[in-house]
Design a protein around this ligand. Structure first.
Ligand code: ZN
Length: 106
């Protein structure tokens, strides 16, 4: 019997990073607004916040792409996508290629 527990642990890490990157932009934006209200609006604070938000945006895009390209531990194919079918690994409950249930070990 195969043991995919390490691959599922990797999936959880990639999933959590993607969720943090996507939803973390909201508190980051609120923090930027708070800093602007505390220190005033200037070109420097605006520039720094723009750089941070842009870096965070690209981090969210990169981590989401990693999650979407995550490979099934059994068949090695993309877990949630086929060329005609897209569900992403986050939503897919089983591999769209071999039918392995998410977090299953066999
Ligand atoms: Zn599979």
């Amino acid at each position: 019997m195969a043991d995919y527990s390490e691959q599922w642990r990797d999936y959880r890490r990639v999933r959590n990073e993607a969720l943090l990157a996507v939803f973390g932009i909201i508190p980051l934006g609120l923090l930027g607004l708070l800093l602007q209200s505390l220190f005033g609006r200037s070109r420097v604070t605006g520039f720094v916040m723009a750089v941070i938000m842009l870096a965070w945006f690209f981090t969210a895009v990169f981590t989401s792409a990693r999650l979407n390209l995550w490979q099934c531990p059994r068949c090695g194919e993309n877990f949630g996508n086929k060329w005609w079918y897209r569900k992403t690994a986050l939503i897919a409950r089983r591999c769209v290629h071999c039918g392995l249930a998410k977090f299953a070990n066999s």
